[in-house]
Design a protein around this ligand. Sequence first.
Ligand SMILES: [Zn+2]
Length: 259
Amino acid sequence: MVPEDQIERAAEAIVRARYPIALTGAGMSVESGIPPFRGPGGLWTKYGEPPMNGFQIFMSNPRKGWEDRIKPRYEELWGPLRAAKPNPGHYALAELEKIGALRFLITQNVDDLHRQAGSQALAEIHGNFKLIRCLECNARFPEKEISLEVLPPACPRCKGLLKSDTVSFGEPIPTDVMRQCADHSARADLVIVAGTSATVYPAAGFALEVKERGGRLIEVNLYESEITTICDHSLRGTSAETLPKLAKAVSQRRKESLS
Ligand SMILES: [Zn+2]
Protein backbone atom coordinates (compact mmCIF):
# COMPACT_ATOMS: atom_id res chain seq x y z
CA MET A 1 0.00 0.00 0.00
CA VAL A 2 1.37 3.39 -0.98
CA PRO A 3 1.14 5.97 1.83
CA GLU A 4 -1.55 8.59 1.26
CA ASP A 5 0.84 11.55 1.47
CA GLN A 6 3.00 10.11 -1.33
CA ILE A 7 -0.07 9.79 -3.55
CA GLU A 8 -1.05 13.38 -2.73
CA ARG A 9 2.40 14.78 -3.56
CA ALA A 10 2.52 12.91 -6.87
CA ALA A 11 -1.01 14.11 -7.69
CA GLU A 12 0.07 17.69 -6.97
CA ALA A 13 2.98 17.31 -9.42
CA ILE A 14 0.61 16.04 -12.12
CA VAL A 15 -1.83 18.92 -11.57
CA ARG A 16 1.02 21.43 -11.82
CA ALA A 17 2.53 19.88 -14.94
CA ARG A 18 1.92 21.58 -18.27
CA TYR A 19 2.15 18.45 -20.37
CA PRO A 20 2.03 15.16 -18.43
CA ILE A 21 2.48 11.92 -20.34
CA ALA A 22 2.76 8.26 -19.28
CA LEU A 23 4.92 5.30 -20.21
CA THR A 24 3.63 1.80 -19.43
CA GLY A 25 5.04 -1.70 -19.71
CA ALA A 26 4.60 -5.41 -19.03
CA GLY A 27 3.81 -5.01 -15.32
CA MET A 28 0.39 -3.66 -16.25
CA SER A 29 -0.30 -6.64 -18.54
CA VAL A 30 0.76 -9.10 -15.86
CA GLU A 31 -1.78 -7.50 -13.51
CA SER A 32 -4.44 -8.34 -16.12
CA GLY A 33 -3.44 -12.01 -16.03
CA ILE A 34 -1.17 -12.02 -19.09
CA PRO A 35 1.95 -14.12 -18.50
CA PRO A 36 5.24 -12.23 -18.90
CA PHE A 37 7.51 -13.18 -21.80
CA ARG A 38 10.49 -14.20 -19.69
CA GLY A 39 10.96 -15.79 -16.27
CA PRO A 40 9.04 -18.63 -14.59
CA GLY A 41 5.73 -19.27 -16.38
CA GLY A 42 6.80 -16.89 -19.14
CA LEU A 43 5.55 -17.42 -22.68
CA TRP A 44 9.01 -17.57 -24.15
CA THR A 45 10.24 -19.78 -21.32
CA LYS A 46 7.55 -22.25 -22.39
CA TYR A 47 7.63 -21.85 -26.15
CA GLY A 48 11.21 -20.75 -26.72
CA GLU A 49 12.59 -17.29 -27.38
CA PRO A 50 11.70 -15.87 -30.77
CA PRO A 51 14.74 -15.51 -33.03
CA MET A 52 16.59 -12.21 -32.62
CA ASN A 53 16.39 -11.70 -36.39
CA GLY A 54 12.67 -12.55 -36.64
CA PHE A 55 12.00 -9.63 -38.96
CA GLN A 56 14.73 -10.63 -41.39
CA ILE A 57 13.42 -14.21 -41.40
CA PHE A 58 9.91 -12.92 -42.14
CA MET A 59 11.16 -10.67 -44.96
CA SER A 60 13.15 -13.50 -46.54
CA ASN A 61 9.94 -15.56 -46.85
CA PRO A 62 6.76 -13.64 -45.91
CA ARG A 63 4.52 -16.47 -47.04
CA LYS A 64 6.14 -18.89 -44.60
CA GLY A 65 5.99 -16.22 -41.91
CA TRP A 66 2.22 -16.01 -42.38
CA GLU A 67 1.80 -19.79 -42.52
CA ASP A 68 3.63 -20.07 -39.19
CA ARG A 69 1.53 -17.30 -37.69
CA ILE A 70 -1.79 -19.03 -38.29
CA LYS A 71 -0.67 -22.37 -36.85
CA PRO A 72 -2.64 -23.57 -33.76
CA ARG A 73 0.48 -23.29 -31.59
CA TYR A 74 0.40 -19.57 -32.18
CA GLU A 75 -3.21 -19.36 -31.14
CA GLU A 76 -2.26 -20.97 -27.83
CA LEU A 77 0.43 -18.36 -27.45
CA TRP A 78 -2.00 -15.47 -28.05
CA GLY A 79 -4.88 -17.05 -26.10
CA PRO A 80 -4.10 -15.33 -22.76
CA LEU A 81 -3.87 -12.00 -24.61
CA ARG A 82 -7.29 -12.46 -26.19
CA ALA A 83 -8.85 -13.40 -22.84
CA ALA A 84 -7.34 -10.49 -20.88
CA LYS A 85 -9.38 -7.50 -19.71
CA PRO A 86 -8.20 -4.03 -18.71
CA ASN A 87 -7.52 -3.64 -14.97
CA PRO A 88 -8.30 -0.56 -12.81
CA GLY A 89 -4.86 0.85 -13.68
CA HIS A 90 -5.73 0.94 -17.40
CA TYR A 91 -9.04 2.66 -16.63
CA ALA A 92 -7.33 5.20 -14.35
CA LEU A 93 -4.99 6.32 -17.16
CA ALA A 94 -7.95 6.62 -19.55
CA GLU A 95 -9.74 8.71 -16.90
CA LEU A 96 -6.73 11.01 -16.49
CA GLU A 97 -6.74 11.57 -20.25
CA LYS A 98 -10.46 12.29 -20.22
CA ILE A 99 -10.16 15.01 -17.56
CA GLY A 100 -7.21 16.59 -19.39
CA ALA A 101 -4.57 15.51 -16.86
CA LEU A 102 -2.73 13.19 -19.22
CA ARG A 103 -1.80 14.33 -22.73
CA PHE A 104 -0.29 11.19 -24.19
CA LEU A 105 0.44 7.56 -23.36
CA ILE A 106 3.33 5.51 -24.72
CA THR A 107 2.98 1.77 -24.08
CA GLN A 108 5.35 -1.09 -24.68
CA ASN A 109 2.44 -3.52 -24.38
CA VAL A 110 0.87 -5.15 -27.42
CA ASP A 111 -2.24 -6.41 -25.61
CA ASP A 112 -4.77 -3.75 -26.74
CA LEU A 113 -5.87 -3.17 -23.09
CA HIS A 114 -5.24 0.60 -23.05
CA ARG A 115 -7.54 0.96 -26.08
CA GLN A 116 -10.16 -1.25 -24.49
CA ALA A 117 -10.03 0.92 -21.37
CA GLY A 118 -10.64 4.03 -23.47
CA SER A 119 -7.22 5.68 -23.91
CA GLN A 120 -7.12 7.53 -27.23
CA ALA A 121 -3.95 9.63 -27.25
CA LEU A 122 -1.87 6.49 -27.43
CA ALA A 123 1.25 5.11 -29.13
CA GLU A 124 1.77 1.35 -29.02
CA ILE A 125 5.48 1.36 -29.57
CA HIS A 126 5.73 -2.42 -30.04
CA GLY A 127 2.48 -2.63 -32.00
CA ASN A 128 -0.93 -4.16 -31.24
CA PHE A 129 -1.47 -7.91 -31.54
CA LYS A 130 -4.99 -7.43 -32.93
CA LEU A 131 -3.82 -5.37 -35.89
CA ILE A 132 -2.20 -6.05 -39.23
CA ARG A 133 0.18 -3.38 -40.57
CA CYS A 134 1.27 -2.52 -44.10
CA LEU A 135 5.05 -2.34 -44.32
CA GLU A 136 4.76 0.13 -47.23
CA CYS A 137 2.16 2.71 -46.14
CA ASN A 138 1.90 1.94 -42.35
CA ALA A 139 -1.91 1.58 -42.55
CA ARG A 140 -3.33 -0.66 -39.80
CA PHE A 141 -6.24 -3.04 -40.24
CA PRO A 142 -8.20 -5.20 -37.77
CA GLU A 143 -7.29 -8.87 -38.37
CA LYS A 144 -10.79 -9.79 -39.43
CA GLU A 145 -10.70 -7.31 -42.31
CA ILE A 146 -7.81 -9.11 -43.95
CA SER A 147 -8.44 -12.26 -45.97
CA LEU A 148 -5.80 -14.94 -45.42
CA GLU A 149 -6.88 -17.06 -48.37
CA VAL A 150 -3.82 -16.01 -50.31
CA LEU A 151 -0.58 -15.72 -48.34
CA PRO A 152 1.05 -13.36 -47.82
CA PRO A 153 -1.93 -10.97 -47.87
CA ALA A 154 -1.57 -7.61 -49.65
CA CYS A 155 -2.53 -4.15 -48.35
CA PRO A 156 -6.09 -3.22 -49.44
CA ARG A 157 -4.88 0.37 -49.95
CA CYS A 158 -1.52 0.11 -51.68
CA LYS A 159 -0.95 -3.62 -52.34
CA GLY A 160 2.12 -3.49 -50.08
CA LEU A 161 3.27 -6.41 -47.94
CA LEU A 162 1.25 -6.93 -44.75
CA LYS A 163 2.67 -8.13 -41.43
CA SER A 164 1.37 -8.41 -37.89
CA ASP A 165 1.52 -4.97 -36.24
CA THR A 166 3.54 -6.38 -33.32
CA VAL A 167 7.14 -5.35 -33.83
CA SER A 168 9.42 -8.36 -34.36
CA PHE A 169 12.97 -8.62 -33.16
CA GLY A 170 15.19 -6.90 -35.71
CA GLU A 171 12.29 -4.79 -37.01
CA PRO A 172 12.49 -1.00 -36.79
CA ILE A 173 9.74 0.70 -34.75
CA PRO A 174 7.27 2.08 -37.34
CA THR A 175 8.25 5.64 -38.27
CA ASP A 176 4.79 7.12 -37.58
CA VAL A 177 4.81 5.78 -34.01
CA MET A 178 8.37 6.99 -33.38
CA ARG A 179 7.46 10.47 -34.62
CA GLN A 180 4.41 10.67 -32.33
CA CYS A 181 6.44 9.57 -29.31
CA ALA A 182 9.22 12.04 -30.09
CA ASP A 183 6.76 14.92 -30.60
CA HIS A 184 4.87 14.34 -27.35
CA SER A 185 7.89 13.60 -25.18
CA ALA A 186 9.55 16.76 -26.51
CA ARG A 187 6.63 18.75 -25.07
CA ALA A 188 6.31 16.73 -21.85
CA ASP A 189 7.41 18.04 -18.45
CA LEU A 190 6.26 15.01 -16.44
CA VAL A 191 6.17 11.27 -17.09
CA ILE A 192 4.22 8.67 -15.12
CA VAL A 193 6.21 5.45 -15.56
CA ALA A 194 3.99 2.47 -14.68
CA GLY A 195 4.72 -1.24 -14.70
CA THR A 196 8.05 -0.94 -16.43
CA SER A 197 11.63 -0.63 -15.29
CA ALA A 198 12.04 1.78 -18.24
CA THR A 199 15.17 0.05 -19.44
CA VAL A 200 13.86 -1.11 -22.82
CA TYR A 201 14.81 1.30 -25.60
CA PRO A 202 13.56 3.29 -27.38
CA ALA A 203 10.66 3.73 -24.92
CA ALA A 204 12.96 4.34 -21.92
CA GLY A 205 14.77 7.08 -23.82
CA PHE A 206 11.63 9.22 -23.99
CA ALA A 207 11.25 9.23 -20.19
CA LEU A 208 14.95 9.88 -19.58
CA GLU A 209 14.96 12.72 -22.08
CA VAL A 210 12.13 14.47 -20.21
CA LYS A 211 14.05 14.08 -16.94
CA GLU A 212 17.24 15.47 -18.49
CA ARG A 213 15.35 18.57 -19.57
CA GLY A 214 14.29 19.15 -15.96
CA GLY A 215 10.94 17.35 -16.07
CA ARG A 216 9.59 15.13 -13.34
CA LEU A 217 9.28 11.37 -13.17
CA ILE A 218 6.66 9.48 -11.17
CA GLU A 219 7.35 5.77 -10.90
CA VAL A 220 4.54 3.30 -10.13
CA ASN A 221 6.13 -0.08 -9.60
CA LEU A 222 5.98 -2.85 -7.01
CA TYR A 223 9.75 -3.08 -7.04
CA GLU A 224 12.68 -0.74 -7.15
CA SER A 225 14.00 -0.41 -10.67
CA GLU A 226 17.02 1.01 -12.40
CA ILE A 227 15.32 4.40 -12.71
CA THR A 228 14.17 4.62 -9.09
CA THR A 229 17.12 6.81 -8.10
CA ILE A 230 16.25 9.47 -10.68
CA CYS A 231 12.49 9.46 -9.99
CA ASP A 232 10.96 12.40 -8.11
CA HIS A 233 8.14 10.22 -6.80
CA SER A 234 8.40 6.44 -6.35
CA LEU A 235 5.03 4.89 -5.58
CA ARG A 236 5.76 1.35 -4.48
CA GLY A 237 2.59 -0.56 -5.39
CA THR A 238 0.73 -2.24 -8.22
CA SER A 239 -0.67 -0.17 -11.08
CA ALA A 240 -4.14 -1.60 -10.51
CA GLU A 241 -4.17 -0.32 -6.95
CA THR A 242 -2.05 2.84 -7.18
CA LEU A 243 -3.13 4.49 -10.45
CA PRO A 244 -6.83 4.74 -9.47
CA LYS A 245 -5.84 6.44 -6.20
CA LEU A 246 -3.60 8.80 -8.10
CA ALA A 247 -6.33 9.57 -10.66
CA LYS A 248 -8.82 10.22 -7.87
CA ALA A 249 -6.43 12.58 -6.08
CA VAL A 250 -5.70 14.44 -9.33
CA SER A 251 -9.40 14.75 -10.14
CA GLN A 252 -10.14 16.07 -6.65
CA ARG A 253 -7.42 18.73 -6.86
CA ARG A 254 -8.55 19.88 -10.28
CA LYS A 255 -12.10 20.26 -9.01
CA GLU A 256 -10.90 22.27 -6.01
CA SER A 257 -8.80 24.55 -8.18
CA LEU A 258 -11.78 25.22 -10.48
CA SER A 259 -14.25 25.98 -7.70
ZN1 LIG B 1 -0.36 -0.16 -47.71
